[in-house]
Design a protein around this ligand. Structure first.
Ligand code: PEP
Ligand code: MN
Length: 337
């Protein structure tokens, strides 16, 4: 269950609530959000249900939930969470499109791609400065210099910036530049990292791991939320299945499923989902039709020389054409871009 506290609940009242929970053999985790303080409670459900916790001083409301994730669940919040990013809002009627290269390679590369994707209607620029590569010998990203380039892209184009943070030691550094911090598929169960970004108030973009279930993804979101950061965006980016014809299997059924299980915005990355540029736009269209709140698409002006993920990167021209198609699908399902 979740205890929603009164705004004016004092530290003494919170301590008394925690002591009462402990006497009931339950544990309480205090999550201090910007708007609200809540206590996520784990314990004997029947005992808790009959313990009149709503009568305790400081408690405004008790929300019963049978889910292992609590603050992430629709039980906690029926209305969708909306997250303002620059001039847009993620989680409302408009589909937000994030686009850019897999890796930040150079100023010229980023400026070229950013100008093109902005013109076509993207509102957030992506680019990895810290890259999680399978091989230690592959390009690892420009690091600090990459972040500087991203900041310049924002200044020049007005696009918001999303970039990945891989290491707890870099969280503050990345948060200084990024408007949204990306936690990659490989780090989705790096609980130290999730705790660290949970202490921020900047939006966190959680990419489903290639081997994480929907419940596990929501539990990862719960780590961030339970640290008080309510600005979490989920992203389906393909999972590993027996099918090997494409890089991953893009699980679009996770989109309506997540939309019903959680109030958090749900986005889709068709680029990593398929791994082949030819199928990116068709799956982007399908993602919007399935109810995604936004898309993340890898775009490169020279995919054949890209430092990473060239095979799945689409040309700016194809991105612009794709945006026209995606806009039509959005309109057909009562959305816009
Ligand atoms: C990326 O966005 O470039 C990336 C590495 O994604 P993922 O973590 O989904 O593989
Ligand atoms: Mn990539």
């Amino acid at each position: 269950m979740i205890l929603i506290l009164r705004r004016e609940a004092s530290a003494t009242e919170i301590d008394a609530i925690l002591a009462r929970l402990s006497a009931l053999g339950a544990t309480g985790h205090v999550a201090r959000g910007a708007e609200q303080v809540v206590i996520a409670v784990e314990g004997d459900k029947e005992l808790l249900a009959t313990s009149q916790l709503d009568a305790l001083p400081g408690v405004e409301r008790v929300v019963p939930t049978a889910k292992p994730y609590k603050i992430a669940s629709r039980d906690y919040r029926a209305a969708k969470t909306t997250i303002p990013i620059g001039t847009r809002v993620i989680g409302d009627k408009k589909v937000v499109v994030i686009a850019g290269p897999c890796s930040v390679e150079s100023r010229a590369q980023c400026f070229t791609i950013a100008a093109e994707v902005a013109k076509a209607g993207a509102t957030v620029f992506r680019g990895g400065a810290f890259k999680p590569r399978t091989s230690p010998y592959s390009f690892q990203g420009l690091g600090r210099e990459g972040l500087e380039i991203l900041a310049e892209v924002r200044e020049r184009t007005g696009l918001a910036i999303i970039t990945e943070v891989m290491d707890t030691r870099d969280v503050d550094l990345v948060a200084r530049t990024a408007d949204i911090l990306q936690i990659g598929a490989r780090n989705i169960q790096n609980f130290s990292l999730l705790n660290e970004v949970g202490k921020l108030r900047k939006p966190v973009f959680l990419k489903r791991g290639m081997m994480t279930t929907v419940t596990e993804l929501l539990m990862s979101a719960e780590y961030v939320l339970s640290n008080g950061n309510e600005n979490v965006i989920l992203c389906e980016r393909g999972i590993r299945t027996f099918e090997t014809a494409l890089r991953n299997t893009l699980d679009l059924s996770a989109v309506p499923l997540l939309q019903s299980l959680t109030h958090l915005p749900v986005m889709v990355d068709p680029s990593h989902g398929v791994g082949d540029w030819r199928y990116v736009i068709p799956m982007a269209r399908a993602a919007v039709a399935a109810g995604a709140d936004g898309l993340m698409i890898e775009v490169h002006h020279s995919p054949e020389t890209a430092f990473s993920d060239g095979a799945q990167s689409i040309l700016p021209r194809r991105f612009a054409e794709g945006m026209i198609e995606i806009r039509k699908v959005a309109r057909a399902v009562g959305r816009a871009i």
